[in-house]
Design a protein around this ligand. Structure first.
Ligand code: ZN
Length: 103
């Protein structure tokens, strides 16, 4: 809620539109994590070797600047805001989230 409030005051767009854009971004970001985790678990189940646990330990020992999964998740989230033939978010909302995600 605080982020949507800041987004609204920074962009001049309505709180509802900002919250909707933020929710779309977060949904797609988390959906990417879900797909990544499911893929790792599928590789582990079919390959017979641990994949998920070693990956999580590797990431936990790296600085946040090397968490590439987060960068890709942000890209997926930002792609959800890209204008399409059916719907587009106001440009200031897209710009705010692009600046926030730092892609
Ligand atoms: Zn994430």
């Amino acid at each position: 809620m605080a982020l949507a409030t800041d987004m609204s005051s920074s962009t001049g767009e309505s709180f509802v539109d900002c919250l909707d854009g933020l929710a779309a971004f977060l949904y797609m970001h988390e959906l990417y994590h879900y797909r990544f985790d499911a893929h790792c678990l599928q590789m582990e189940a079919t390959g017979g070797l641990p994949v998920y646990g070693p990956y999580r330990r590797l990431v936990a020992n790296r600085p946040i600047s090397e968490w590439h999964e987060e960068s890709i998740g942000n890209f997926y989230g930002l792609e959800a805001l890209r204008p399409n033939p059916r719907f587009s978010y106001p440009q200031p909302i897209c710009d705010y989230l692009w600046d926030l995600a730092g892609c």
